[in-house]
Design a protein around this ligand. Structure first.
Ligand code: IPE
Ligand code: IPE
Ligand code: MG
Length: 246
């Protein structure tokens, strides 16, 4: 695919969100619009992810979390699930070296049990190879669900004998897959859907939401820039009052 010439973007006047999270939705509709099978949309979506990771590095975003496969997505037709697993395996084979060269540190959010052992091995290799990188942390939410994450955390806390009076929000957060990372500042959902679909339901309690009608394979560097411009226009009040209204 020919790379579009990249427009220079004015980054100097923007405050960058530290952590951006993306619900990468709309691959199926992107394919349908072109009379292609859904799998072709997933391939285009995977291709787009390279552009967005590159843009995050360029924009100096520190943490990018992407929703790649939910605990609910196992319920899709077997052929689609198989195609998605094949794409993940291929992306890991082809992209891990490049991610490492860009200084990306890959983390996994979710549960690998039940996933094909060969794919598990590829994930572990990517985590191991990139573990010391610091330019961008890339959290891949794969076989991830916010509710499953909370149940997992509670089980661990019970197993560790945490007492009721010890529990607080900080301790709880340290049992989540995102432990040690800041909460997302900005959550983007492509394809015009206005729901959270079990994504980071604890961590995104005070994130700014940015729904966009763009389908994921069409959401590029400039669309990400637009989302950050919109983020800069938000006023984050965290339940307080602003000076003008008080
Ligand atoms: C998002 O695109 C990719 C995954 C959920 C894996 P969809 O496959 O959900 O695309 P639509 O929503 O059907 O267009
Ligand atoms: C959310 O998209 C999951 C991912 C992007 C991986 P879905 O397409 O699965 O969500 P719903 O079905 O619209 O809620
Ligand atoms: Mg969808």
């Amino acid at each position: 695919m020919a790379r579009r010439r990249e427009e220079p973007l004015d980054l100097s006047s923007l405050e960058m969100p530290v952590h951006v999270a993306i619900i990468m939705d709309g691959n199926g509709r992107w394919a349908r619009k072109r009379g292609l099978p859904r799998q072709a949309g997933h391939r285009a979506g995977a291709e787009n992810l390279r552009r967005i990771i590159r843009a995050c590095v360029e924009f100096n975003i520190k943490v990018l979390t992407i929703y790649a496969f939910s605990t609910e997505n196992w319920g899709r037709p077997k052929s689609e699930v198989q195609a998605l697993m094949k794409i993940f395996a291929r992306v890991l084979d082809q992209e891990t070296g490049e991610l490492n060269a860009q200084g990306v540190c890959v983390h996994h959010l979710g549960d690998l049990t039940g996933v094909d052992p060969k794919l598990q091995e590829k994930v572990r290799r990517a985590l191991e190879l990139t573990r010391d990188n610091t330019r961008l942390i890339l959290n891949v939410a794969f076989n991830y669900g916010g509710r499953a994450e909370i149940i997992h955390a509670v089980r661990q806390m019970l197993a560790d004998g945490i007492q009721p009076e010890e529990l607080n929000e900080g301790l709880f957060s340290s049992y989540l897959f995102t432990k040690g990372l800041p909460d997302p500042d900005l959550v983007i959902r492509t394809s015009g859907e206005l729901r959270i679909s079990n994504f980071l339901i604890w961590q995104a309690a005070y994130s700014e939401y940015y729904p966009t009608p763009a389908l994921w394979p069409d959401f590029g560097r400039e669309e990400l820039y637009e989302a950050i411009v919109a983020f800069n226009q938000r006023e984050r009040r965290y339940g307080l009052v602003t000076e003008e209204s008080s």
